[in-house]
Design a protein around this ligand. Structure first.
Ligand code: ADP
Length: 485
C-alpha cells in the first residue's frame, strides 16, 4: 500500500472498538493485504483509520496482512500475528534484505512506478528483479493461506502485489479477491514495453474486482485486457476470463475530510504554523507539499514559479513559494538525480530574483510534522499541485479541506492528477507548460474573494463526498456482492 492509503485512508485518530474481540469470526471478514503493515507502535496512531473505515463498512474482525517493515537475513514464511486494540488483527512477515531490494527498489519502484507514471525513459527492467517480485508475491500468498477462513473477502492493494491473486488462485484459494491500484494505469502501447506485461495483467484478472482511481485508468486496463487476454468486456466493465467474471470498477480514494478540517483549525495554532506566518508577514504563500518524486513535476513547477516572477513583476517581493519535498526512495538512482536537479534550479531562481530582505523560493527536504502541514495549507493562498502524472493526489484534497471557508485559497491542479477528474473547480493546468502554470498562479493571486469562495464551496462539497470511508465502503460492496460485480 503506498503513501496515499497510509495517510489518507489510515490517518485518523484511533477510535477502535475494544468491546469486540480482535479474533471475532465473521462470514464476511475483510482481509486487507498491502506491501507495508504499520509496526505495532504505529498501529494506534495510523492504523486506526483503516480499522475504523473498515469497521464502519461493517467488516468486523478484519485481518491486515503484509510486510513488517523488517529486512531480515531470511524471508519468513509464517506470519507473526499481532492483535490490534480492537477490530483488526495484524499479521506480518519479514522479507530478506536481498529479496526486498530487488522486489521493492528493483522491480516495483525501478520498473512499475516509472512505467505507470508514463516515464519509460526511467524504466529499468531486469529478470532477477522481476523474479524476486514474483517470489515475494508468492511468499505473501503462501503465508496468507493458513490465516484465511471460508467467506473471507481478500482485498489486495497496489502495484507491489499485482501477481499475488494469481498465486492465491494457483494455491487453490476460491474466496472473492479484489485488487485496487492506487497509481495510474497505462494504455496497451505503454504496458507492452514491459516484457512481462501479460503475466501482470493475468495477475489482476485472477481477481473478481479490480479497482482504479479514474475512468481513464479503468479504460486503459480494459484495453489491455482486450489486447492481452483476448476478452470482450461489457459496458459495465465486466469480462469473463478463466472461469471467472472480472469486474473493473472506479472507486476514487479520498481523505477523512471532516477530521482534516478540524485538524487544520488546530494546526493553525502550532508553533510551526505561527512561525511560518510570522516569517511571511503580509506576503502571499504558494505552497507545494510532495514526496520528492519525479512524478510530481517539481523541476517544471520551479520553472513555472520563475516564469511568474519574470512575467508578472508585480508579484516580486509580494509572494513566497514554499516547497516541502520529503525525501523518498533514496536508494533508487533516479531519485538522487532529481534531488540534485532541484537543488540547482532552486539556486537559479533565488540567484536571479532574491533581494537582500526577500528570498522567493524556500525548498526543504526534511520531514515536517503532519499536524503542522495542515496549518501550512491553511495559510497558503495557492495550493500548487502539479504532478506530471498521479493516481489521485491527496494533497489536493487536503489543501481544499484545510481552507478557511470565509477566505479560502486557490487550488492550482495538474490535469494529469486523478484528482482533476473530480476537482474541476480548481484552476486546471498542464504542468508541462510553465507559462500556463504561471498564468494560473497570477490568476489565483488576483482572484476576487467571491470567486474564491464559489470555487472552494464546490470543491469542499466534493472532497467531503468522496472520503476514505466512502472508498472502503464502495470497494467492499463490489467485493461482497457477486451480483453487483
Ligand atoms: P503519494 O501517495 O504519491 O505520496 P499523495 O498526494 O496522494 O501522493 O499523498 C501524499 C500524502 O503524504 C499526503 O497525505 C500528504 O499530506 C503526505 N505528505 C506529502 N509530503 C509530505 C511531507 N513532506 N511531509 C509530511 N507529509 C507529506
Amino acid at each position: 500500500m503506498n503513501q496515499s492509503i497510509a495517510n489518507a485512508v489510515l490517518d485518523r485518530s484511533a477510535t477502535v472498538n475494544t468491546s469486540r474481540p480482535a479474533t471475532a469470526r465473521s462470514a464476511t471478514r475483510t482481509v486487507i493485504v498491502s506491501n507495508r503493515v504499520p509496526a505495532p507502535a504505529e498501529q494506534g496512531a495510523t492504523a486506526g483509520g483503516l480499522a475504523v473505515a473498515l469497521a464502519d463498512a461493517a467488516t468486523p474482525g478484519s485481518l491486515w496482512f503484509g510486510w513488517s517493515g523488517k529486512r531480515a537475513a531470511e524471508t519468513s514464511t509464517t506470519a507473526e500475528i499481532t492483535l490490534g486494540d480492537g477490530d483488526v488483527t495484524f499479521a506480518t512477515i519479514d522479507i530478506a534484505d536481498r529479496e526486498y531490494q530487488r522486489f521493492y527498489n528493483g522491480f516495483s519502484n525501478g520498473a512499475l512506478w516509472p512505467l505507470f507514471h508514463f516515464r519509460t525513459g526511467l524504466l529499468r527492467f531486469n529478470r532477477p528483479d522481476y523474479e524476486a517480485y514474483r517470489t515475494v508475491n508468492r511468499i505473501y500468498a503462501q503465508a496468507l493461506i493458513p490465516l484465511l477462513q471460508p467467506g473471507d473477502l481478500i482485498w489486495i492493494h497496489d502495484y507491489q502485489l499485482m501477481t499475488m491473486a494469481a498465486e492465491l488462485r494457483e494455491l487453490g484459494v476460491t474466496n472473492r479477491i479484489g485488487f485496487f491500484l492506487h497509481i495510474p494505469f497505462v494504455p496497451p502501447a505503454l504496458l507492452a514495453v514491459l516484457p512481462t506485461a501479460a503475466e501482470l495483467l493475468a495477475g489482476m484478472a485472477a481477481c473478481d474486482v479490480v479497482g482504479f482511481q479514474t475512468e481513464g485508468d479503468r479504460a486503459a486496463f480494459l484495453d489491455n485486457a482486450i489486447a492481452l487476454l483476448n476478452v470482450k468486456p461489457d459496458r459495465d466493465g465486466k469480462f469473463y476470463h478463466d472461469r471467472r467474471t472480472v469486474h473493473a470498477v472506479v472507486t476514487p480514494i479520498g481523505i477523512d475530510a471532516k477530521q482534516f478540517e478540524q485538524d487544520a483549525v488546530l494546526a493553525e495554532q502550532t508553533a510551526e504554523a505561527q512561525r511560518l506566518d510570522e516569517s511571511l508577514g503580509d506576503r502571499a504563500l504558494v505552497l507545494g507539499v510532495d514526496r520528492l518524486d519525479y512524478s510530481k513535476g517539481l523541476p517544471q513547477r520551479f520553472d513555472a514559479f520563475g516564469r511568474l516572477l519574470y512575467a508578472y513583476p508585480q508579484h516580486r517581493r509580494c509572494v513566497n513559494y514554499l516547497q516541502i519535498a520529503a525525501r523518498s526512495r533514496q536508494e533508487v538512482s533516479s531519485y538522487q538525480t532529481l534531488r540534485r536537479e532541484l537543488d540547482r534550479r532552486a539556486g537559479d531562481i533565488n540567484g536571479e530574483f532574491s533581494d537582500f530582505d526577500w528570498v522567493p523560493l524556500r525548498y526543504m527536504t526534511h520531514p515536517v510534522k503532519r499536524s503542522a502541514i495542515a496549518g501550512f495549507y491553511r495559510r497558503a493562498n495557492i495550493g500548487l499541485v502539479t504532478p506530471l502524472r498521479d493516481g489521485m493526489n491527496l494533497v489536493a484534497k487536503e489543501y481544499v479541506a484545510a481552507q478557511h471557508a470565509e477566505n479560502p485559497g486557490v487550488l492550482v491542479l495538474s490535469r494529469f492528477a486523478g484528482a482533476a477528474d473530480e476537482l474541476t473547480e480548481a484552476l486546471i493546468v498542464n504542468p508541462f507548460d510553465a507559462d500556463e502554470v504561471a498564468g494560473a498562479m497570477h490568476q489565483a493571486l488576483v482572484m476576487p474573494l467571491a470567486e474564491r469562495k464559489l470555487r472552494h464551496d464546490a470543491l469542499l462539497a466534493k472532497v467531503r463526498a468522496t472520503t476514505a470511508q466512502k472508498f472502503c465502503e464502495t470497494f467492499i460492496a463490489y467485493l461482497r456482492d457477486p451480483k453487483k460485480s
